[in-house]
Write a protein that binds this ligand. Structure first.
Ligand code: ADP
Ligand code: ASP
Ligand code: MG
Length: 406
């Protein structure tokens, strides 16, 4: 029996009409005979709306209650979706994450899936039902609800596909697939037909919004074949899979990210163990850091700079100041008026001309490079925030529109 997971994001479920349109896509697929698990996000901007409501009744930020509240957005969608399907003559049943057997652990609002035992979903399949599963949530060890981080319905879909041994995991969204840049911002963006897990993960980690990074990691770990496609238009979308052999295309995508801030710890003594203390201090507070750069020695001291998500900046500064006092560093400074722009593509490591071309394109635009980092599948530059969009457009033009990937 073929099993498919189909996931619909918030915009695809933004109104009752859209829920019915998405249900028609599912009904069409169900009539072909596959067993279907449908994972749904909250309708439209419901999650933001619930966060605003919480802020209006309380300033406590009590994460346990926020988990309860936010999970309800997806539960509402699941029940509505199931009602719409039943009206179309299909058998369907909605499930909360807990009812679908999704177990989670870790911190409130940042739960991690620890196990999935989808017995109820499989029993439903035997009765000929479509399972409509509320995304973005699981049940903690003590029965509590945990949400899985923003964009977490993607993770629910991929994890459920892995647990069910699904033949396909179809992620329906509001654009035709994964593009060479955000199609809502870059008019010349091109649809990518096929991406490797590695490339897609790099895009997600570096700030492309289309798939939650943790879901791509999960897809790679369990070799889940993922297709990203539109819930509004028909088309093949983007396949995300193990290998995608395209030696001609070196640079697949340009990814700008406005969500980061730079922190620098200045005048750090050049002795063993200093970086360990600094980054253990940040890890103890659960602060994820990216793009760590240590400058070469000036006298007997170094500077260490890194990026954090803007929302974690305050905590990161506090943690750095505490460690800076202990290790006798000269100071801590930060900059929120920065962004990072990355070019992503497997095979970049074998093309020596790519970094030089990237820096020349940015230099021609008069854009200064604050930090530079590279991996085997990406090069990232930190630039002034007010030049970020110019940088992304120029790189997209040079590498994708004119350069055909080189
Ligand atoms: P959903 O609600 O379906 O989960 P998201 O809003 O999370 O959808 O992701 C889809 C959005 O991602 C698109 O509307 C698009 O603006 C944005 N996006 C950013 N970068 C890209 C990219 N490279 N390719 C496609 N979409 C992108
Ligand atoms: N509704 C949640 C969010 O907005 C989860 C999701 O849509 O994937 O982040
Ligand atoms: Mg999303």
């Amino acid at each position: 029996m073929t099993v498919k997971v189909m996931k619909f994001g918030g915009t695809s479920l933004g109104s009752c009409e859209r829920i019915k349109a998405a249900a028609r896509i599912v009904a069409e697929e169900a009539r072909k005979g596959a067993s279907l698990a449908v994972v749904v996000s909250a309708m439209g901007k419901t999650t933001e709306g619930l966060l605003v409501l919480a802020g209006e009744v309380s300033c406590s930020g009590d994460r346990r209650e926020l988990d309860q509240l936010l999970a309800s957005g997806e539960q509402q969608s699941a029940a509505l979706f199931s009602l719409a399907l039943k009206d179309m003559g299909l058998k369907a049943r909605s499930y909360t994450g807990a009812q679908a057997g999704i177990r989670a652990e870790g911190m409130s609002m940042e739960g991690r899936i620890s196990a999935i035992d989808p017995v109820a979903v499989k029993e439903g399949f035997e009765r000929g039902e479509c399972a409509i599963v509320a995304g973005f949530q699981g049940q903690g060890e003590r029965g509590e609800t945990l949400t899985l981080g923003r964009g977490g319905s993607d993770l629910t879909a991929v994890a459920l596909a892995a647990a069910l041994g699904a033949d396909d995991c179809l992620i329906y969204t509001d654009v035709d697939g994964v593009f060479s840049a955000d199609p809502n911002k870059v008019p010349g963006a091109r649809l990518i037909d096929c991406l490797s897990y590695e490339e897609c993960l790099e895009m997600a980690v570096l700030g492309a919004k289309v798939l939650q990074a943790r879901s791509v990691e999960m897809a790679a770990r369990y070799s889940v074949p993922v297709t990203v496609l539109s819930s509004f238009n028909r088309g093949g979308g983007t396949k995300v899979q193990e290998q995608c052999v395209r030696e001609d295309l070196v640079v697949r995508a340009v990814v700008p990210d406005r969500g980061v801030a730079k922190v620098a710890v200045l005048g750090v003594p050049d002795v063993p163990g200093i970086a360990a203390r600094l980054f253990s201090g940040l890890a103890d507070r659960g602060i994820n850091v990216e793009m760590i750069i240590q400058s070469t020695m000036r006298g007997q001291v170094n500077d260490i700079a890194f990026l954090v998500k803007k929302g974690l900046l305050g905590e990161a500064i506090d943690a750095c100041r505490e460690v800076a006092r202990e290790i006798d560093a000269q100071g801590v400074n930060f900059d929120v008026e920065v962004g990072r722009v990355s070019i992503v593509g497997a095979g970049m490591a074998n093309h020596v001309d790519v970094p030089g071309k990237m820096f020349s394109v940015l230099a021609r635009e008069g854009i200064n490079l604050d930090m530079i980092a590279s991996s085997s599948v990406s090069i990232t530059c930190v630039v002034a925030l007010d030049r970020l969009d110019d940088a992304a457009l120029a790189l997209h033009r040079a590498f994708i529109e004119e350069g055909a990937g080189r």
